[in-house]
Design a protein around this ligand. Sequence first.
Ligand code: TQI
Ligand code: CA
Ligand code: ZN
Ligand code: ZN
Length: 171
Amino acid sequence: LYTYFEGNPAWPNTSRDLRYALIATSASTIDVATLRQVFASAFSQWAAVIPMNFTETDSAQDADITIGFYSGSHGDGEPFDGPLGTLAHAFSPTDGRFHLDASETWVATDVTKSSSDEAIDLESVAVHEIGHLLGLGHSTIEEAIMYPTLTVRQRKVELTQDDVSGVQNLY
Ligand code: TQI
Ligand code: CA
Ligand code: ZN
Ligand code: ZN
């Protein structure tokens, strides 16, 4: 079953059009055009089931959600830890920060065929972190996007009924 953050924070009714910006991509090994496609696809999964639209903006100032790649300490008291361990984190509504560990072996296509023992599927992590950005905590259902485990070379991008019910109850 799905969970929420303490106090059930969510984006207000007046914020049904959320803008996101890719603000720190230089530490990423994946080119920006591909990153854009992966994040657009991850956001579209959630937009398909709730009355919310997500649009990319070039302006960090105009963005509700900011996405960036960082390594080690990066100013929020939650330092990244090198390959594996913590892959990414996102804050609860309405903070909007979504950080990815630049030290991971991020893969944007066919992670299941990757020869790397440490390959992490970027879109799978993005769909999960967007769930957190929208207010979902972790699920107890193993197949759910919001289940707190993803293994290397695993691709998991389709919302389950549990993820859908959780987010539809919030919005
Ligand atoms: N990062 C944790 C996560 O996103 C950070 C975290 C722990 C967290 N507890 C939280 C964030 C509560 C918000 C609320 O779950 S992670 C997965 C998963 C991580 C883990 O790097 O461990 C994914 C990132 F679920 F698959 F294990 C992405 Cl998909
Ligand atoms: Ca890490
Ligand atoms: Zn961070
Ligand atoms: Zn999580």
